[in-house]
Design a protein around this ligand. Structure first.
Ligand code: CTP
Ligand code: MG
Length: 228
């Protein structure tokens, strides 16, 4: 079964409060998005990588990786789900309906090849697919206002990471059918809404999403750890 990658990279990075979208901030020797794409390319798992880029983005065309033969550019959308759907459409005619697509945030530059292959190998015979996820080390509370209404049983709660791996046709249809629904914040939630039951595969804590300013230093630390 062929595997394709989709990378939503059309966000503005509001919470990062930087002078440019966070995917273009520099981490060690290159931008966040270059790290992310290099790791996908180096895994040798993908036929091609479709990247969703905002039409107002002046940074992307400046990067050498934008013209890499394995990289396809698609227009970004209003929300993350719209960007993912746009990138999926750019694979139309290339990907078969049953092929696998791994959707991975541009803002997660510390993804390891090991995790890519773990996800693919764990789910390749699954009918639906699933996602990398992390358990929580903290005790979790259900809160209303500032009052705890219940403690949540931790063993049933996982934090959704990316990549998220689904069949090309099924994922495209699910995102099309849930278009505009604000509850769809990842690929799995679109499939869940249609009654599918995606699996989880335990990922690694270093696969963080750069979201706030302090995350940049943390990502740099993780990358140095991974080097050896
Ligand atoms: N993304 C996208 N299109 C959008 C919004 C987000 O492709 N309309 C991408 C981002 O570029 C990022 C990933 O989806 O790689 C995860 O989203 P998030 O971490 O929320 O990034 P931003 O939306 O850029 O950040 P913020 O929410 O703080 O503005
Ligand atoms: Mg966002």
């Amino acid at each position: 079964q062929a595997c394709w990658a989709v990378v939503p990279a059309a966000g503005v990075g509001k919470r990062m409060q930087a002078d440019r979208p966070k995917q273009y901030l520099v981490l060690a020797d290159k931008t966040v998005i270059e790290h992310t794409l290099n790791r996908l390319i180096q895994s040798a798992a993908f036929q091609a990588i479709a990247v969703a880029i905002s039409s107002e983005d002046p940074y992307w065309p400046e990067l050498a990786i934008a013209s890499h033969p394995q990289v396809i550019t698609a227009p970004g959308g209003k929300e993350r789900a719209d960007s993912v759907l746009s990138a999926l459409k750019a694979l139309q005619g290339k990907a078969d309906e049953q092929d696998w697509v791994l959707v991975h945030d541009a803002a997660r530059p510390c993804l390891t090849s090991a995790d890519i292959h773990l996800l693919i190998n764990s789910l390749t015979n699954d009918a639906v697919g699933g996602i990398l996820a992390l358990s929580s080390h903290d005790t979790l509370k259900h809160v209303e206002g500032n009052t705890i209404s219940a403690s949540v049983d931790r063993k049933h709660i996982w934090r959704a990471l990316t990549p998220q791996m689904f069949r090309y046709g099924m994922l495209r249809d699910a995102l099309q059918q849930t278009e505009g629904n604000p509850a769809i914040t990842d690929e799995a939630s679109a499939l869940e809404l249609l009654g599918y039951q995606p699996k989880i595969v335990e990922g690694r804590p270093d696969n963080l999403k750069i979201t706030r300013p302090e995350d940049l230093a943390l990502a740099q630390f993780y990358m140095e750890q991974q080097d050896d």
